[in-house]
Design a protein around this ligand. Structure first.
Ligand code: 26W
Length: 816
């Protein structure tokens, strides 16, 4: 349990001497060694503890301030968090980076070497998980009381290796060497039930679980930037009861059976599901979701009761944001707690529940909208099924009263899908149980209200809002791109822009300034040298730091159209073999993971590596075109690639990418976007100006139209010689045999209109090449992109959530 205001604190000194004293004593008392015999891991762990302790004090004062203020608190429920490495962040947020660098130097050690021992806890798949981390960072920076809840997976998102051009997945045991950033709290364990039956006791329905697992929290500190607030993210780990090990089996030599119970329990938080847009429908996944929800709601109610006793103020003190449908079970779970455990009447409980929850949807893909078989639900969560039915009854009664006799509407709005199999629609449950529903970009929120959730938007238009995503400028500019951050602070007269990103607008006036342009280009080139050094070490591929650095980095999915980028590369290969001057010197960087069972895109990864191998070995294009696939893309890799990028590929089919956040990170770091009118690309183009954005392709309405119509990709291929040549090159096996399956997806259905947008895309790329040939023009475009990215700060996103959904006020935390 957290102790506010703690003992007299030794570890808050800011001088180099005090820092060194604490580091050396942590080495001695935490690791039992001295600098003379310490390993790099020892130094890393001790450095981490030394920095962490400087945050603990702020955390204690935050807890004290929150206890006293009894504020409205934001609880963020997410199955995924991509927090990134913590050491540099915490050094920057405690203002000890330079002190640490000097002290370590004095001890004969380089901070950069030690920092490489910092392991990123990759407890997420992609956009949704990273957004959660950026929002927590911005919440703390805004002094808003908040707790993030998640699952402490033992194994994070798989590590990706490329073997003979193909993705190979390896387990990611991120805490193998122990993570110094987490605080396990065994005394806060919580029992979570599964299966069993429902009984009636004293007229009340009571769930008797057949199986229980313990949920043990460990939290990580979430410091605000330039403020005292330190919030937390609480991650739940499944533990077996201490008597789960079956000694009798063991004594009888049945050792596997002996640990069965233990494994079954701890399996729940063993591994993150690596799917980022296709539901898995596995029982263990549903158990993970209920495990997260049960532990978190128990903790939220416990915190409420620390300061309040009257349930009627629960929704005034508590707002729970559902990060997509993955934690949507929180709706029936809160109802179960209020009605079954705390014996409130149904209507009071329902009113509290609705006023407490808000739901963010992060996708438009039908296959990503989770539904669970009623049969599985009934077996695993029998009481929750009853509650879902009761909620559905209340809901459909309201629908009937508002739209009498419209059976179709009731069927469409029901929480239960009846055909072909009875399944629970988790998005419907989240909408019905929430007072606010938002998409993550203007187009996305509009399409949600017009298509996916149109019937609900008609029923409750007042609930539907938009909150466009944002990114943390602390992580994705200050930390990832210190060279650019220093140049910006120099020209803007300080670091105010880091917590007020609109100040970047001050750079626009310098867009044409030749000296500033020169400095801007030097920064970008030095970042490209860093990337080149890493790429050479990791893949052997040599990058030219003066070439146009063209990046397509994100999860692999057909709608993100990595294949369109590849068709461009193949066409460039053809053009350059015919005319070396056909394009500007260009480096194309691909990076991203594919869900292990998503074979179609794993084939695309193989083809990309096939193309890279041939192009990079082709003397006809040497020095003109280089292609590299960078393995194991994650937050740390993004921090290396984003600052080095010149051209940002945001080429998804319009209407498919809910928002995108990589687009924001790249533009913020001076990359110019080539993109479609999809997700937040639209708002990005509106902000940076159409002249500073290479637009192409059909828009969402047209894409839907073409999809509805008689679309013939084969004919497009037939009518465009360059496209036909590129497809033929694949068919002929120029980049490796047997990629007919990839061609079939294009010449067959071409679900994501890759061929339809090909020519427009090539034209946009030619326009980009033309701009790149004029360094003054390109650099001005680059500077304007950064200058006009203020809107895409996660601080603005949090301010919007505050104004439109959370209505939670900051609680200032006094300095010591
Ligand atoms: C059931 C499996 C599953 C797992 C994760 C389905 C869907 C998801 C996520 C919602 C996928 C995701 O990460 N969506 C991305 O969320 C980002 C943050 O809002 C957006 O910027 C991206 O456009 C969106 O694809």
């Amino acid at each position: 349990m957290e102790q506010p205001n703690g003992p007299a604190l030794r570890a808050i000194g800011t001088t180099a001497a005090e820092f060194e004293r604490d580091l050396v004593s942590n080495l001695y008392f935490e690791r039992g060694t001295t600098m003379e015999s310490a390993s790099a891991q020892d130094v890393y762990q001790s450095l981490a503890v030394t920095v962490r302790d400087r945050l603990v004090d702020r955390r204690a004062r935050t807890a004290t301030a929150h206890q006293a203020a009894n504020p409205r608190c934001v609880y963020y429920l997410s199955a995924e968090y991509m927090l990134g490495r913590q050491l540099r962040q915490n050094l920057q947020y405690t203002g000890t980076e330079e002190v640490a660098r000097d002290v370590l130097k004095g001890l004969g050690v380089s901070l950069d070497e030690i920092a490489d021992f910092d392991v990123e806890p990759s407890l997420g798949n992609g956009g949704l998980g990273r957004l959660a981390a950026c929002l927590l960072d911005a919440l703390a920076t805004a002094d808003i009381p908040a707790v993030g809840y998640g699952i402490r997976y033992d194994l994070g998102l798989f590590r990706q290796a490329i073997v003979d051009g193909a993705q190979v997945e390896r387990p990611d045991d991120w805490a193998f060497d122990g993570s110094p950033w987490e605080f396990p709290q065994q005394d806060d364990r919580q029992a979570v039930g599964f299966y069993g039956r429902v009984e009636v006791e004293a007229g009340r329905r009571r769930w008797i679980p057949e199986e229980t697992v313990l949920g043990e929290p460990s939290h990580m500190l979430v410091p605000g930037y330039g403020t005292q607030t330190v919030n937390i993210v609480r991650l739940w780990r499944a533990r077996a009861d201490s008597d789960a090990f079956n000694l009798a089996d063991f004594a009888a030599g049945r050792s596997a059976e002996a640990v069965q119970e233990v494994l079954r329990s701890e399996n729940i938080s063993k591994v993150l599901y690596p799917a980022d847009s296709t539901e898995f429908g596995r029982e263990l996944r549903l158990k993970q979701q209920y495990f997260l929800v049960s532990c978190s709601l128990w903790d939220i109610v416990r915190r409420f009761h620390l300061r309040n006793s009257d349930w009627t103020v629960f929704a005034d003190k508590t707002v729970i944001q559902l990060n997509d449908t993955h934690p949507a079970l929180a709706v029936p779970e809160l109802m179960r707690l209020l009605v079954d455990e705390y014996e409130l009447d149904w209507d009071t409980a329902w009113s509290i529940t609705r006023r407490t929850f808000a739901y963010t949807c992060h996708t438009l893909l039908p296959e990503a909208l989770e539904t669970w078989p009623v049969a599985l639900f009934e077996r695993l969560l029998p009481r929750h099924l009853e509650i879902v039915y009761a909620i559905n009854q209340t809901h459909l009664d309201e629908v009937e009263s508002r739209f009498p006799g419209d059976g179709d509407l009731r069927r469409r709005l029901s929480l239960i899908q009846e055909e072909p199999e009875r399944r629970i629609r988790m998005a419907h449950l989240a909408v019905v149980g929430s007072h606010a529903v938002n998409g993550v970009a203007e187009l996305h929120s509009r399409l949600l209200a017009e298509t996916t959730l149109a019937d609900f938007a008609r029923l409750w238009p007042e609930r539907f809002r938009n909150v466009t995503n944002g990114v943390s400028p602390r992580r994705f500019l200050r930390l990832a791109n210190p060279r650019l951050a220093a140049l910006i602070s120099e020209r803007l007269g300080g670091e105010g822009w880091l917590t007020d990103l609109d100040q970047l607008r001050g750079l626009a006036a310098l867009a044409g300034d030749s000296e500033f342009q020169r400095r801007w280009r030097v920064v970008k080139r030095d970042n490209k040298l860093d990337l080149a050094a890493y790429v050479r070490a990791a893949t052997g591929v040599v990058l030219d730091p003066d070439a146009l650095c063209d990046v397509h980095v994100k999860r692999f999915h057909e709608y993100k159209r990595q294949l369109l980028k590849l068709l461009h590369v193949i066409t460039l290969h053809d053009r350059l073999r015919a005319d070396p001057g056909a394009d500007v010197p260009r480096t194309v960087v691909f990076a991203g993971k594919a869900a292990p069972s998503y074979h179609a895109v794993k084939r695309i990864i193989q083809l990309i590596n096939g193309v890279a191998k041939v192009v990079n070995a082709d003397p006809a294009v040497a020095g003109r075109l280089t292609v590299v696939f960078l393995p194991d893309y994650n937050v740390t890799r993004a921090e290396l690639i984003v600052p080095a990028a010149d051209l940002s590929e945001q080429i998804s089919l319009a209407g498919k990418e809910a928002s995108g956040t990589g687009n924001m990170k790249l533009a913020l770091n001076g990359a110019v976007t080539v993109g479609t009118l999809d997700g937040a690309n639209i708002e990005l183009r509106d902000r940076v100006g159409a002249d500073n954005f290479f637009l192409f392709g059909v828009d969402a309405a047209c894409a839907a139209e073409v999809r509805r119509g008689d679309y013939r990709p084969g004919e497009i291929a037939g009518s465009d010689p360059e496209l036909a040549a590129a497809l033929a090159a694949i068919a002929d096996g120029r980049y490796g045999a047997g990629f007919g399956d990839v061609l079939d997806t294009l010449l067959g259905r071409d679900e994501y209109l890759t061929l339809a947008d090909y020519r427009a895309y090539l034209d946009a790329q030619d326009a980009a090449a033309a701009a790149w040939r004029d360094p003054a023009r390109w650099t001005a475009m680059s500077i304007r992109n950064t200058a006009h990215c203020g809107f895409f700060s996660a601080d603005r996103t949090v301010a919007d959530y505050r104004d439109r959904i959370w209505h939670a006020d900051p609680v200032p935390v006094p300095p010591r």
